[in-house]
Design a protein around this ligand. Structure first.
Ligand code: BGC
Length: 819
């Protein structure tokens, strides 16, 4: 196949659009089916397929859904983003991207729906397992590498969920209230990095509102910023059912409504063009972008392509090895030696928790458990379940006693524990950071009979670790994908050496988290009062103790840092500063170290975190070997977003450049004089207005209403629904649950889902469905109801909820679809 240059696809698309009827152009505004774009066969435009993502393919051959319910064809489940981000390894992410693209090629999929680069604002977000980091540079770099890997084979990506979608609770309607500086520096930054460096074929806009406007209607978010400022050339699709007002959306820059509203919204677009309320030029631009996407996708579809499933499994294992973080390792208990008398405890060792629930749920080509892998490495060991794998939150005395009996007297005990499936999913958030009592008690009781305990954690997000001082070693696999067991076995036995670092802080207690008082917000909005102080940016600046800091991770070998130097002692705007040091492997095993570069400005006149990650590099070293590591800084490394000026600004000053093995383990430090741009003068009075952001007082981060309002720059919207305000199509079933209409609709939906899925629903799926139904805005009925539901019928339901019974029934009756 001969590929054309990007501009040629665009030129060809422009020619096709010139030949399209208005109806054809409008038809491109939404999908043809759940996973396919609209075709225009007469012009040679095929119905290309897009599908989830992000860490492998979820292509459904039969019944479709976005909940991860119906089966999909087998594909490789690579480590999830929560894990792979800990590798800090852009080459690895690129390689995984290539492998995912190969699977897309075989399955004739044109765009994979990922990566998800939302920031981990709060550890309870149910979908954190699908996201990379609390740090925008790391999230952006991991996403960038994955996108470039996938797109190197001419398969598209959809970077999601754009933007400020940092919780699952009421995700479809919540208004994320975020000050512009936090938006720019934290929440938009990963997208900006990826767009500028990798030109993803598509972005996926999120369900929520961003500062009062649904992402799908938000021209500032969809056009002004990505296209106007960052140079984004691709197209933007909605998340599934995330389209609010389609006509406003077309003008805002939302190219594709997915999956579709059965032609209803396309007709509204047509009418709006006819009535002159929507410029035909907006529709032409949309059609050009979609046609460009289809044309380039069609060229990449090759018949008969096959990938090597075994090689992909091996890559998944390598990636899991590179992604598992060794949190502690007292007395060098790890690696274990095959001569030791070992006990392996915990049902996760036999049946691993290796992926999350929801739209990213993959049907893996195989699953490798730790027990199976340890056996195949020739290790002899005793095994006990310790807890029930399914519905096993309550401790089982018999299983614990059995585990203790096995553990007593052994040279070492490895306990596999973590969070079972029903604890984390797309669709709802966790309620606390607890592990199941059955896992906690097992660890504590076994640790009481044996001093040499290793805990291997399989989970999608941090938990509180009340037992951490009672065990010697902790290895976190996160959700390591289908080969997690093989990776764990290799790491435990020292066939692989841990090298990953935490991509998020593990707080001591949930209450320490900067957003803990402001998550998940009210029924209407969630206020990001902590502003830029997300994750380590807060813990480090407020000198708050944590269980394990961002960037932390041990190895079986040691590294020393020396000879910090920079190529200039003064940084001039627009320039580059190369910072280097020597890293030496001072231990006895080959290993890799992630060198992290942080920048801070101690006496800044704007509030800012004490240090921020500005570059990193991973270096592999043989025992005794040393290498030069050079990292580059540019304007952005020193800048903050100056809201009043609407631009990035650099404050003049003497900045600290710090190189370290974690955010809390700085090994080398130097000062660099940086030229400013004089903009800071306009910031006088900031301290008086926003004192808490400068001082970060002790205790949970509490920002007074007035102060956050001053930061936000306009009155805060009510966070709860004001009683008595009428319901509308964006009211959720939860909002109207006490009305007759609410009870009727919720009952009907639950019956339908039950009928579709039968009784064998697992707890995670049941909880996801329940949350999805409760938080569903009424307008989503248009997507779910297929041809059977019209806008007038939904208006009728709103009338019913508002107590306008006659009008409601009339609208529902009159709105019935014409036969
Ligand atoms: C999720 C997206 C996903 C889409 C399609 C939505 O519910 O938020 O991440 O790509 O469904 O499955």
């Amino acid at each position: 196949m001969v590929y054309m240059a990007d501009t040629d696809y665009r030129d060809k698309a422009l020619r096709l659009v010139a030949e399209m009827t208005l109806e054809e152009k409008a038809s491109l505004c939404s999908g043809q089916s759940f996973w396919n774009l609209q075709a225009i066969e007469r012009l040679g435009l095929k119905p290309i397929m897009v599908t989830d993502g992000p860490h492998g393919l979820r292509k459904q051959a039969g019944a479709t859904d976005q909940l991860g319910l119906n089966e999909s064809i087998p594909s490789t489940c690579f480590p999830l983003a929560c894990a792979s981000a800990c590798s800090f390894d852009v080459d690895l992410l690129h390689e995984v991207g290539v492998a995912i693209a190969e699977e897309c090629r075989q399955e004739q999929v044109s765009v994979v729906l990922g990566p998800g680069v939302n920031i981990k604002r709060n550890p309870l977000c149910g979908r954190n397992f699908e996201y990379f980091s609390e740090d925008p540079l790391l999230a952006g770099e991991m996403g960038r590498a994955l996108v470039q890997g996938v797109q190197s084979l001419d398969i598209g990506t959809s970077v999601k969920h754009y933007a400020a979608n940092n919780q699952e609770t009421r995700r479809t309607v919540i208004d994320s209230v975020v000050d512009i500086r936090a938006l720019r520096e934290i929440y938009l930054a990963p997208y900006e990095r990826i767009v500028k460096a990798a030109q993803p074929w598509t972005l996926m806009c999120s369900y929520n509102k961003v500062n009062g406007t649904f992402a799908s209607d938000n021209r500032w978010l969809l056009t002004d910023v990505p296209r106007g400022e960052w140079g984004f050339e691709g197209s933007i699709m909605s998340d599934w059912g995330a389209t609010d007002d389609r006509v406003i959306g077309v003008h805002a820059g939302l190219d594709l409504e997915m999956p579709s509203s059965n032609g209803m919204n396309d007709r509204l677009v047509l009418e709006a063009v006819g009535a002159g309320t929507l410029a035909e030029e907006d529709l032409d631009q949309l059609a050009t972008r979609i046609a460009t996407l289809i044309l380039r996708s069609m060229d990449a579809l090759v018949e008969g392509y096959t990938y090597d499933a075994q090689a992909h499994h091996a890559l998944a294992r390598k990636a899991a090895e590179q992604s598992s973080v060794l949190l502690k390792n007292e007395d060098r208990l790890l690696p274990l030696s095959p001569d030791q008398d070992i006990a392996v405890i915990g049902a996760f060792a036999k049946q691993p928790r290796y992926q999350g629930a929801g739209s990213s749920k993959i049907n893996p080509t195989r699953i490798e458990s730790a027990v199976e892998a340890l056996e195949s490495l020739g290790l002899g060991f005793g095994y006990a379940d310790g807890y029930h794998r399914e519905k096993g939150a309550d401790p089982d005395e018999t299983l614990i006693a059995e585990a203790c009996a096995l553990a007593a007297g052994k040279d070492a005990v490895v306990i596999f524990a973590g969070l079972p499936e029903e604890y984390e999913s797309e669709g709802f958030d966790r309620l606390n950071m607890d592990m199941p009592a059955s896992h906690v008690q097992l660890i504590e009781r076994v640790a009481a009979v044996n001093p040499n305990v290793v805990v291997v954690l399989q989970l999608g997000a941090p938990v509180e670790l009340p037992w951490r001082d009672k065990v010697k070693s902790i290895l976190v696999s996160y959700l390591g994908g289908q080969a997690v067991g093989g990776a764990e076995a290799n790491l435990l036995l020292g066939h692989a050496v841990p090298c990953a670092k935490l991509a998020e802080t593990w707080p001591l207690f949930y209450e320490d988290t900067p957003s803990s008082l402001y998550f998940p917000g009210g029924s209407k909005s969630v206020e990001y009062r902590e502003s830029v102080f997300v994750g380590y940016r807060y813990f480090d600046s407020a000198s708050r103790q944590v269980a394990y800091p961002f960037g932390h991770g041990l190895s079986y070998t040691e590294f020393s840092y020396s000879d910090l130097h920079a190529d200039k002692d003064r940084f001039e705007r627009g320039g580059r500063l190369a910072v280097g040091c020597t890293v030496e492997n001072t231990g006895t095993l080959a290993g890799s170290e992630v060198v992290q570069l942080y920048v801070g400005l101690p006496d800044s006149s704007v509030y800012r975190p004490r240090k921020e990650l500005r570059a990193f590099a991973k270096v592999e070293l043989q025992p005794g070997e040393s290498k030069q590591v050079t990292l580059e800084l540019d304007d952005r490394s020193f800048a903050y977003y100056h809201e009043a000026e609407g631009t990035w600004a650099i404050e003049e000053g003497c900045y600290e450049v710090m190189l370290g093995a974690s955010s809390a383990d700085i090994r080398l430090k130097m000062q660099v004089q940086v030229d400013g741009d004089g903009k800071e003068q306009t910031l006088a009075g900031l301290f008086e207005k926003l004192p808490h952001y400068f001082t970060l007082p002790d205790g949970p981060l509490e920002i007074p209403d007035k102060e956050f309002e001053a930061l936000y720059g306009r009155p805060l919207p009510p966070s709860e629904r004001v009683p008595g305000t009428p319901f509308d199509i964006n009211s959720t079933l939860n909002d109207i649950k006490d009305t007759k209409a609410g009870k009727l609709i919720a009952g009907q939906l639950k019956r339908q889902t039950q009928a579709m899925l039968g009784d064998g629903m697992s707890d995670d799926v049941a909880a996801f469905i329940d949350a999805s139904i409760n938080d569903m805005p009424l307008r989503s009925m248009l997507m779910l109801g297929g041809e059977g539901i019209t806008r007038q019928m939904v208006d009728g339901m709103v009338d019913l909820a508002n107590g306008k019974t006659l009008r409601g029934y009339f609208n529902i009756w009159r709105g019935r679809p014409k036969k």
